[in-house]
Write a protein that binds this ligand. Structure first.
Ligand code: C5P
Length: 312
């Protein structure tokens, strides 16, 4: 039986607005999600035993049942017991390039790759929307990670509308290696501080979603206008993460000293990205930030915006 190697891209949020409460305990969001060319490599192959095995080259990634990639495999096994009985379990090897706990959806993208990979390995024949429906049970970002590219995401972040590709812009992504922000903490703190601004009645939420606030960002993307996109960058979670993590605020401030289109924290952080219009500028910005912040804990990557989701 064959083995599949999949590329699992990281995502950044060009826009993240918290609109209100949802009956399921999650937050109602309006986001613009964007894949970038920084990818993990996920290999799935039959292992001839009863249980799934996870291997990963990154010491902070758990290789047990708590890994979202393992839960993705279990989900598919439970949904398609006949396929599991026919083909057996698989070894899942994750070559990590995306920083962990960074707000870049690395774990969600790995889980998305396992769904796509096992669907091929077990010849189940699920369509992309069917895989996305399963992915939504694992995490709010998983459906986007499957299809990737540029998309408006509403609801929990799992209701997706594709937007035009933006593959002629570049990003510099910075993250302190030993800094991690818990996503539940970021949302909980936001709720404590800004909960009184929330929309919580279902009918009001529906009305609010009809005029999604990401409108100007969506228009800028439709015109593929890098400067307008940079003006519309937005992330509500910056309001709680930047004051609590001064290093993140300092990195964001440092980016503004260079020739960038704009800068923003991604997701719940702590990674921060800067948009540029060419790869050369991105490299210059990376070198400039490296000279300014000499702390070896800071890691920096340059990547293009990407139109790819999980791909072989
Ligand atoms: O779905 P996922 O497990 O990736 O989300 C991580 C955490 O982020 C959730 O447990 C929740 O605390 C928060 N979250 C939220 N509303 C969303 C998405 C995530 O409150 N729409």
């Amino acid at each position: 039986m064959r083995a599949y190697t999949l590329l699992a891209p990281a995502k950044i949020n060009l826009y993240l607005e918290i609109i209100g409460d949802r009956p399921d305990g999650y937050h109602e969001l309006a986001m613009v999600m964007q894949s970038i060319g920084l990818c993990d490599r996920v290999k799935v192959r039959p292992n001839g035993i009863e249980d799934f095995q996870i291997h990963c080259n990154h010491p902070q990634v758990p290789c047990d049942r708590t890994n979202l990639a393992y839960r993705a495999a279990e989900l598919l096994k439970n949904e398609f017991p006949d396929s599991f009985a026919q083909y057996g379990a698989a070894e899942i090897e994750i070559d990590k390039q995306i920083p962990v706990a960074a707000g870049l959806a690395g774990g969600s993208s790995n889980a998305a790759a396992v769904l796509v990979g096992l669907n091929l390995l077990w010849q189940i024949g699920l369509t992309q929307p069917e895989l996305q429906e399963l992915g939504a049970r694992l995490g709010a970002d998983v459906p986007f990670c499957i299809s990737g590219g540029t998309a408006l995401a509403t609801g929990r972040g799992d209701r997706l509308e594709p937007l035009p590709d933006l593959d002629d812009l570049w990003v510099v992504v910075g993250k302190y290696r030993t800094l991690a922000v818990s996503t539940p903490w970021a949302y909980k703190t936001y709720r404590q501080e800004f909960g009184d601004t929330y929309v919580s009645q279902p009918q009001d939420l529906a009305r609010r979603q009809q005029r999604v606030h990401a409108g100007p960002m969506v228009a800028a993307i439709s015109h593929r206008d890098g400067e307008a996109i940079a003006r519309e960058l937005y992330n509500d979670l910056e309001k709680v993460v930047l004051p609590a993590y001064p290093h993140v605020a300092e990195l964001r401030e440092t980016f503004t000293k260079f020739e960038i289109l704009g800068t923003m924290m991604s997701g719940s952080g702590p990674s921060v990205f800067a948009l540029t219009s060419t790869p050369e500028t991105a490299e210059q910005v990376r070198a400039g930030v490296r000279r300014t912040i000499t702390d070896p804990d800071l890691e920096l990557w340059v990547a293009p915006l990407s139109s790819h989701g999980i791909h072989i």
